[in-house]
Write a protein that binds this ligand. Sequence first.
Ligand code: SAM
Length: 223
Amino acid sequence: MRVGQGGSGPGAQAPDGSQVEMYELAEARGEDELIDAAIAPGSSILELGCGTGRITRPLLTRGHEVVAVDESAEMLARVRGAETVQATIGELRLGRRFDVVLMMSYLVNVADDAERLRLLRTCAEHVLPGGSVVIQQQLPSQLARPVVLESEHTRMEISDVEHLPGNKVAATLTHTRDGQSWSQRVLTQNLTEEELSSQLAEVGLRLDEYLTPNTAWVRARPI
Ligand SMILES: C[S@@+](CC[C@H](N)C(=O)[O-])C[C@H]1O[C@@H](n2cnc3c(N)ncnc32)[C@H](O)[C@@H]1O
């Protein structure tokens, strides 16, 4: 388990506490549409932290080529139709570059500056000149307080929220679906635009644009 991350519930868990069975059941919620609209048709995509392929699948269907990376063999075993690589993102060096490097699911909000730099360096090392690094970041409002969010199939409860020094937040996320329940304790760090820009610059990337008005989705490009 990574520091500050832990999970419980039926089935296997990734080292960050993400639940394999829960992600297997989860559908895309428009992420693939957003990504597809921001990149060229038929792009080569390196997807970092792909999980069970929840977003890999629709990106393939949309005609992109995806290399899907995750450190969890149990997650990767569920990915279909893409080349898969089992690796820790910070250590990944494929010796290949892609039109797009995708790092979603708030991985950039890891509450450790050195680890975040390692993740971003991997993004920089795998993107083609003129290509895009597409990042999904957590918004400060997301884990601000306990809340229950219900959709057609799932109930997600955010509880035990702790605001910690350095814009860090710990919280417990409990997903319930089809009578099953999974919990994950997360430790994240909200980033200001200045912090993200300066860490991107350290690895040779620049914040190019926000892909959504709420700033959750970011495009960075090689400097
Ligand atoms: C929250 S899940 C999201 C999966 C997928 N992106 C999605 O949206 O459905 C995060 C995934 O990233 C993987 N992951 C987290 N940190 C990682 C790291 N440092 N290296 C490789 N994989 C990592 C986990 O194993 C997990 O499968």
